[in-house]
Design a protein around this ligand. Structure first.
Ligand SMILES: *Cc1c(COP(=O)(O)O)cnc(C)c1O
Length: 491
């Protein structure tokens, strides 16, 4: 913001004084104010030039400039409205006025800043080298040395024996579901509080998802609800083919408790660690606890290949079979021979190069996201009715997205209203995932709750995710935090 005293003039100022002021100010205009500080018009170089051409002297005053309507906005104007006004009027500066019509500030287009997004890709330094290597050696294929190296390097980082790099996290889940033999009519248990990609692959195979509620302490699959679902299955004489456990927003579910239940019923676990690469459960990396785990490298995730995923397991046969299915299920024959239906799911050698570079900065990215969460927590915890997503003792979360719930009875704002208010300030916040059992596409699906009331419904109704990118600048953090303080203090 400019100190507006430096660009204000009255009608008694001379043309020479006005020109000198313009020359010093660095802004292409002056604000001509009346005695009460109200804006009469803006004055540009061109206005002064036209006065001189019309025969005025440098020592004449601005008294003859006609009053014209100038665009102003109230001082409380939102960034979004201010920017829309500047765009509409094709101006770069917007005088802000108080209730009495006095000019109190001048908003510059550059101060309005950019939209702050929820989670954006954050490249490191090595990605381009790996990609260049792929170009140089003409390995532009869905196979190649970067793919092999990425699989090796990632499985080393998380401490598991084998991994198959594929085109998306969804593809990895699909391969896992397929390999566990899900057929039409089979049921699969799946966390309800998640992104649709956790559950869709069940339906690709004709299976039927049965949704499991979360527990309030971790926002992840409730062992009590899972136990209840197995109880019902037993009583009705069926068993699910698999259980898909999601680690929400970078936080592990209580894997020991969940796996103990699944083991007891002899049902394998697929760990959906799409959001939790780099997280830990009881000190062990997230994604390696079930029979198979999956990671996502979509553009908004902790690290990205723009799009991609990986299926991991300690069972070599499963990963070999995943690679086979992901490359069109080609039989080992000199001609093209197929004995079953395959998929085109392998990751390209170029994108694996991006992944290798990203893997080098994984730990930094996790620390940065945790620092984003800590900044929010340190500065915003006294907002009444706001509760951060808890982090149990056994969890080291990536805080992929900083999430909280808002009690409207205490805060005076619903989550939806709050998200709209932030949008007015060009800050993207989102509701927590809408639970799968509430999705129209899964309206017929069964659902088992943690207690009498579904926990996930309440988290969905009151939950908010804040911008959490590891590449947010301190200025952007400050903008979000001060906007939130203003919203909650009623300004
Ligand atoms: C992103 C995501 C997926 C899907 O990963 P893609 O790589 O986008 O296919 C699956 N599950 C969860 C929980 C996710 O957040």
């Amino acid at each position: 913001m400019t100190d507006i005293q430096d660009i204000c003039a009255s009608r008694t100022a001379t043309i020479r004084e006005a020109m000198a002021l313009l020359n010093r100010s660095g802004v292409q205009m002056l604000l001509l104010l009346d005695d009460d500080g109200r804006l009469q018009r803006t004055v540009t170089d061109g206005d002064l030039r036209r006065l001189l051409l019309a025969g005025r002297e440098l020592s004449d005053t601005l008294a003859d400039l006609p009053a014209i309507h100038s665009v102003t906005a109230p001082e409380s104007v939102s960034r979004k409205t201010a920017l829309a006004l500047m765009d509409e009027k094709v101006i770069d500066h917007l005088p802000l006025v108080n209730a009495d019509g006095q000019v109190v500030d001048l908003l510059h287009r550059r101060d309005v800043g950019k939209q702050i997004l929820l989670s954006t890709p954050h490249m490191g330094e090595a990605e381009l080298q790996f990609v260049e290597e792929a170009f140089r050696t003409n390995w532009i294929a869905p196979l190649g040395p970067n793919v092999d190296a990425f699989e090796r390097e990632l499985t080393d980082v998380v401490g598991i024996a084998h991994g198959a790099a594929v085109s998306s996290g969804t593809a990895a889940i699909h391969l896992a579901v397929r390999m566990l033999g899900v057929r039409p009519g089979d049921r699969v248990f799946c966390s309800t509080l998640t992104f649709a990609a956790s559950a869709n692959p069940i339906v690709y195979e004709g299976g039927e998802p049965v949704f499991i509620d979360c527990e309030p302490g971790s926002w992840n699959m409730s062992p009590a609800a899972l136990e209840r679902a197995f109880g019902a299955a037993r009583a009705e004489g069926w068993m699910p083919k698999a259980v898909i456990v999601v680690n929400l927003y970078g936080q592990s579910a209580d894997m020991d408790a969940l796996i103990e239940i699944c083991d007891r019923h002899g049902v394998p676990v697929i760990e959906d660690a799409a959001e939790s690469l780099g997280a830990r459960y009881k000190g062990k990396p997230s994604g390696i606890h079930g029979l198979m785990g999956i990671y996502s490298f979509n553009g908004n995730k902790i690290i990205t290949t723009s799009g991609g995923g990986m299926l991991v397991s300690n069972d070599e046969d499963l990963i070999k079979r995943a690679r086979f299915l992901a490359t069109q299920a080609r039989d080992p024959a000199p001609h093209y021979q197929h004995s079953e239906i395959g998929f085109n799911y392998r990751m390209s050698n170029i994108l694996a190069g991006v992944g290798r570079g990203q893997l080098q900065v994984l730990e930094e990215r996790v620390l940065a996201r945790r620092a984003v969460f800590e900044a929010y927590r340190d500065q915003l915890s006294d907002i009444p009715g706001l509760e951060w997503m808890p982090e149990p003792d056994w969890s080291y979360s990536t805080r992929w997205l900083t999430a909280f719930t808002l009690d409207p009875a205490v805060s005076g704002l619903t989550a939806g209203e709050f998200i709209k208010r932030l949008a007015e300030e060009m800050i993207e916040a989102r509701p927590v995932w809408k639970p799968m059992h509430l999705q129209p596409v899964f309206s017929g699906a069964r659902h088992f709750t943690h207690g009498n009331e579904p926990v996930s419904d309440r988290i969905f109704e009151t939950g908010v995710c804040l911008p959490s990118g590891s590449n947010m600048s301190p200025d952007e953090m400050e903008r979000i935090i001060s906007s939130m303080k203003a919203i909650f203090s009623g300004r």
